[in-house]
Design a protein around this ligand. Structure first.
Ligand code: FES
Ligand SMILES: [Fe+2]
Length: 373
């Protein structure tokens, strides 16, 4: 169902400010997240091992947390270190702790074997902590399985129809067949798509001076296991030779999205839309955040209905079109990793990204609903 031995984005740093104790369900486990006085992010099972009270309504004491039912105190490793009125502490009094780490303004959690958790393997997105790139972090909750959201982000074909008036621009975008390249990676895929001499889409038009100028548009989408998507978008003045490397007058975006299963049927979606041209004009970040949210609500609307339809008929078989090649590859790769993990085999590191196939879409395979339900 889920891959455990990997880092999942669990929340934005701002959610833990001022000593906040955050209860969040990740992969169907209730976890308490907090930042201790040491500055470390701590993740403990959100259930006291004594009588099951939630630790998230307990009291943080430095890096420790006290259950406010009978007062047991737990350290960041989950070990009970104090029982009021009792000297001897049985070693069985522990709650599970999860490796956690802060990076890129997010805190991350490792749900599998703690011995395998290496923070250096958290995905590399250097623009997330480069001050040249500006954006506003945000969150959306989905009543849908995480794979349906990954499918949606893996597919540019829906831009034109779901997002005609927000992110897409026009239905024409869907009918572009070239140049598109899909690279199947062993931890996901990379898609590159150009659209020449088109109108700027509405979200971009709102933040540029020459709104009616035609643009050459390049999108590079990169989806990596377990569900980290980055979309590098570039809009250059049409005909300037951007495809040959002339980026004069180009404006760029880095759209970073983190999809983390909450349960089988619900998903956390963390996102930030970075731009490299706003300077001190924070209205640009705000406008982009609002436009993106508007777009994501369009996705949410159709994906949550899709989930309802799929739930209503578990025998319904999905069919495939060429635009589904990336998402099919992603599902197959992830399913194989989950299977290997269950069988105790080691999958290739989810951070390695060698190219393993020629980047040409096609070769329809049987679409899979495995791991959705
Ligand atoms: S339930 Fe937590 S101390 Fe008793
Ligand atoms: Fe979308």
């Amino acid at each position: 169902m889920f891959l455990n031995n990997c880092w999942y984005a669990a929340g934005w740093d701002y959610e833990l400010i001022d000593g906040r104790m955050l209860s969040r369900t990740i992969l169907e486990k209730k976890i308490l997240f907090y930042r201790g006085d040491s500055g470390k992010v701590i993740a403990l099972e959100d259930r006291c091992c004594h009588r099951g009270a939630p630790l998230s309504i307990g009291r943080r004491e430095g890096d420790d947390v006290r259950c406010m039912y009978h007062g047991l105190l737990f350290d960041p490793s989950g070990k009970c270190i104090q029982i009021p009125g009792q000297e001897k502490i049985p070693p069985t009094l522990t709650v599970r702790s999860f490796p956690a780490h802060g990076k890129y303004g997010l805190f991350w959690v490792w749900m599998g074997d703690p011995a395998k958790a290496d923070p250096d393997n958290i995905i590399d997105l250097p623009y997330m902590d480069n001050p040249m790139w500006k954006g506003i972090p945000d969150y959306l909750h989905y009543d849908a399985n995480y794979l349906l959201i990954i499918d949606n982000l893996s597919d540019f074909a829906h831009l034109a129809f779901v997002h005609t008036n927000t992110l897409g621009g026009s239905e024409e975008y869907a009918f572009v067949t070239k140049p598109v390249s899909v690279e199947r990676l062993d931890d996901g895929f990379r898609v590159e798509r150009w659209h020449m001499n088109g109108d700027a889409p509405p979200f971009h038009r709102k933040v540029i001076p020459n709104k009616n100028d035609k643009v050459d548009r390049r999108n590079i989408g990169h989806m990596r296991i377990p569900g980290v998507f980055s979309l590098e978008s570039m809009f250059a003045p049409a005909g300037n030779g951007a495809e040959k490397g002339n980026l004069e007058g180009a404006r760029e975006y880095r759209n970073c999205q983190f999809i983390t299963p909450e349960t089988r049927k619900t998903t956390h979606f963390f996102h930030i839309y970075l731009n490299n041209f706003e300077g001190d004009d924070h209205n640009i970040s705000r406008s982009l955040r609002d436009s993106l949210m508007e777009g994501f609500m369009e996705d949410k609307h159709i994906i949550e209905y899709q989930q309802e339809m799929l739930d209503a008929d578990p025998d319904f078989e999905l069919k495939q079109i060429a635009a589904d090649v990336p998402l099919s590859h992603f599902r197959q790769t992830l399913s194989k990793m989950i299977e290997d993990e269950r069988n105790g085999q080691t999958s290739p590191s989810v951070q390695a990204t060698p190219r393993i196939h020629d980047p040409v879409p096609g070769g329809a395979r049987k679409p899979s609903r495995e791991a959705v339900f």
